[in-house]
Design a protein around this ligand. Structure first.
Ligand code: PRX
Length: 655
């Protein structure tokens, strides 16, 4: 089957960086030239500038055994030292590392000196529990400062962390603990979400309970942070209170150097075959690209900026842009525990105003939910501190991009739409804010030093103006080094498709426009085939979101006797529109609208107005479930949904 994707939706707005921004930008156009002249030399230079190596490297890239890469492999470093001690040693210990805001409103201000001391103590506690180089530690915590300290303490010891998002069940936690063979689990009694104390420790107890299968759990100890004060069951031989152990531990701890390719973390991402994949990242290359991209994409000035990445630490975005990238760069950040709508929908904007956030990095799903609620809410707050906005996680529809810029960015701040994956470790495609003329909805260009192409099923470039499969054509420093314990699956999943070319296949569809700029078109598995035309979900969704009534849309291809597949759309309306007009006749209007915007080929057969869309815990729309509804089937496995009730509501509405 052809992998070409037809292009149907045009977006012609353009935004150049202001002269002032361009003149002062951290990252200038010369970076592209330097990287093009010698990619490896470029990365070596970045690494030497941004990272302190205990033992300098002489090798840059070893690609003698593809797809297993080694970067800077004769060098030695300590990742936590780079994020902490060196800032204190350089006299920046008083700089705020985190403005922490708990959901109930409790706050803590944590300087680099304080965070360094805490991490040293935790490292000593973990050492006493027998954790050392090569071990794995599972982390199952809310978004609290102890989560950051835990990651860094594990890294400091040369062990690897496996963070499991706090919204996952005991079963998911158990399978991840088992797969990684974790020695210690760090958790909390609970955390705060939507105004309630939720519990975590019981899930750990359940995950570690005797399974009656004779299997010995690998976990020897559980370190428990007291966050909510709720009652917990206690296993005296196994469980240790964080506050007891950390308070009595020594604050002296020398960071030891570990080889560049020492594992830093495993992060599980759901595969298509059910069994989660443990994506493995290592130290030197990962830290280099995380720090470089954080500095250049966000134009970071560590002395004055307040950076806020809203992602949970349970996702890769939280790893790379709330922990490793920003801390390596000595940034000041906001860390927020709860949900955007508690105690009221403007909570995030209150936080931005309160801490004077200058750089704000979030997901399109959040932007669209704010569009649904209405611009009056952010407009009641002073957001004038913001000077740069970032987006990650899904394609951002041009209309959501415009709303983000106008309402949150006062109509004049640059937006960086950053494409990357758990597997890529750090940003791969993005504008540089002082260089790139931005186009709403496009992630635009490969980062300096990153080689990206859009190809057909044979691996041949589709050329400008055409759509196809997104590939990475050269190894990059923060690339995944494998799937934990399963090298064959690593090769099969990412490298088999273009084995003869040695390309990494990301699973995403993309298009290059006439200028060569890249537009992400959604997962290739979601591409629809309507009367022989291969249509991307993204373009039709963007057309729907461009209608004044729509806040969010998801489309799927459903079996159709005449056209093979037909477009079926699920749409969430803006509250302001609903109040004024009501939903009558709108489904028909939206069909006509898409037909006019794109053409009859893309006109949805059905448009369903719904209140919610099914989303994963990280906010991505699960189109597979909508396809079940559209085709009249029983809805499949909803375990990975953030809210499992959503599907029954949608099924009812559709009926
Ligand atoms: O489909 C792409 C989408 O998210 C996928 C990676 O998801 P995950 O591993 O959870 O990492 C999310 C945070 C990096 C990609 O394969 N995606 C991510 N960023 C974008 C995007 N799609 C379009 N535009 C983006 N900026």
């Amino acid at each position: 089957m052809s992998q070409q994707i037809d292009h149907v939706f045009d977006e012609n707005r353009r935004f150049v960086p202001s002269e002032e921004f361009a003149a002062n930008a951290i990252a200038g156009p010369e970076l592209y030239d330097e990287a093009a002249a010698d990619r490896e030399a470029f990365w070596a230079k970045q690494s030497r500038e941004l990272i302190d190596w205990h033992k300098p490297f002489t090798n840059v890239l070893d690609w003698s055994n593809p797809p297993f890469a080694k970067w800077f492999d004769d060098g030695e470093l300590n990742v936590a030292y780079n994020c902490l001690d060196r800032h204190v040693e350089a006299g920046r210990g008083d700089r705020v590392a985190f403005h922490f805001e708990g959901e109930p409103g409790d706050t803590r201000t944590i300087t680099y000196a304080q965070l360094t001391e805490e991490v040293k103590r935790v490292a000593n506690v973990l050492t006493d529990l027998g954790v050392g180089r090569g071990d794995r530690v599972a982390i199952y915590l809310p978004m609290i400062p102890e989560a950051v300290a835990s990651l860094l303490a594990v890294a400091r010891l040369g062990a690897a962390h496996s963070v499991v998002f706090g919204g996952f069940s005991a079963d998911s936690l158990r399978s991840r603990i088992d797969d990684a063979g974790a020695k210690v689990v760090i958790t909390a009694d609970g955390g705060y979400r939507k105004g309630k104390a939720t519990s975590l420790k019981p899930a750990v107890d359940q995950a570690l309970a005797d399974r009656g299968d004779g299997e010995q759990a690998t976990v020897q100890n559980v370190l428990v942070v007291k966050r909510t004060g709720q009652d917990v069951d206690w296993n005296d031989e196994r469980d240790i209170w964080w506050h007891d152990a950390v308070a009595t531990a020594s604050a002296e701890h020398e960071a030891e150097a570990f080889p560049s390719e020492n594992p830093l973390f495993i992060l599980y991402t759901s595969g298509t075959t059910g069994k989660p994949k443990g994506i493995l990242h290592t130290s030197g290359g990962y830290l280099t690209q995380a720090a470089f991209t954080h500095r250049s994409v966000f134009d970071l000035r560590p002395e004055s900026d307040v950076f806020w990445c809203t992602a949970d630490i349970g996702w890769v975005t939280g790893h790379s842009y709330s922990v490793y990238g920003p801390l390596a760069n000595g940034a000041t950040q906001v860390l927020y525990e709860g949900t955007p709508e508690y105690p009221e929908p403007g909570r995030w904007w209150d936080i931005i105003e309160k801490y004077g956030v200058t750089i704000f990095y979030t997901a399109p799903t959040a932007v669209r939910s704010f569009m649904k609620q209405g611009r009056e809410i952010p407009q009641k707050r002073d957001l004038s501190s913001i000077r740069l906005l970032g987006s990650v996680g899904e394609p951002i529809n041009p209309e959501a991009w415009m709303w983000f810029r106008e309402v949150i960015g006062a109509g004049d701040v640059p937006i960086v739409d950053t494409w990357w994956q758990t597997e890529t470790g750090a940003i791969m495609i993005s504008p540089l804010p002082g260089v790139t003329e931005t186009k709403p909805g496009s992630a635009q260009v490969a980062m300096p030093g990153i080689a990206i192409d859009v190809v057909d099923e044979k691996g041949e470039p589709v050329g400008d103006g055409a759509g196809g499969l997104l590939v990475v054509t050269e190894p990059w420093p923060s690339m995944l080094r494998g799937i934990w314990g399963d090298p064959d699956r690593f090769v099969d999943t990412y490298w088999k498709m273009f084995a003869d070319k040695g390309y990494y296949f990301a699973g995403d569809g993309a298009r290059k426009d006439e200028d060569g700029d890249i537009w992400l078109l959604g997962r290739v598995d979601d591409v629809m085939n309507v009367s022989g035309h291969r249509l991307s979900t993204t373009e039709i969704e963007s057309a729907l979101v461009a209608h004044e009534a729509t806040a969010e849309a998801a489309v799927v291809g459903a079996n159709d006797e005449t056209t093979g597949q037909a477009v079926v759309a699920f749409v969430i309306l803006k509250e302001s529109f609903l109040k004024q007009h009501g939903p009558e006749g709108l489904a028909q209007d939206l069909r006509t609208w898409v037909g006019a915007q794109i053409g009859p080929i893309a006109r949805p057969r059905d448009v369903f107005i719904v209140n919610e869309l099914p989303k994963t815990r990280s906010g991505k729309i699960m189109r597979r479930l909508l396809r079940d509804v559209a085709e009249g089937r029983e809805v499949g496995d909803t375990q990975t949904l953030a809210d499992t009730m959503v599907m029954s509501a949608i099924t009812k509405q559709v009926k």
